[in-house]
Design a protein around this ligand. Sequence first.
Ligand code: HEM
Length: 146
Amino acid sequence: MATVEASGSDGKGQGSETAVTYYRLEEVAKRNTAKEIWLVIHGRVYDITRFLNEHPGGEEVLIEQAGADASESFEDVGHSSDAREMLKQYYIGDVHPSDLKPQSGNKDPLKSSSCKSCWAYWIVPIVGAVLIGFLYRYYMAESRSS
Ligand code: HEM
């Protein structure tokens, strides 16, 4: 089931005063037949059914991505800004916030396995460098005294 919520605070600029329809990923996944094709690109849901025959890259690639997150393949192709503009006409809503990937949905970075700014990422090299510095000084002092 899609949930409709008033927008304005999501900061995505898709008509800040209009209502946003949220779709669960499981719902998007069901739209994977040639009769009805939805896909997700950067957290947004697109109904590209009527675009299938018009896609300059052919319908095959779209059918392959049907019902799934096509952000990566969309970017890999290096679509033009015209192609990005075209997306707007097929936009039907956003992925439900609880289905968004951790980097945008998970508020606790320590619990994220892809945590890049956690303390461990920078504290370990710093402690290592300080330790090596001490060892170096210790050995230099030793070699000077002997
Ligand atoms: C609704 C989403 C999409 C739209 C509006 C779209 C639009 C376009 C447009 C306008 C072009 C012509 C070249 C350009 O202007 O960049 C194109 C080419 C192409 N697209 Fe898409 N596309 C979409 C999704 C995808 C996806 C998901 C794939 C997945 C692989 C894909 C693969 C390709 C390929 C392979 C080409 C041909 C590139 C070439 O010949 O150089 N497209 N698309």
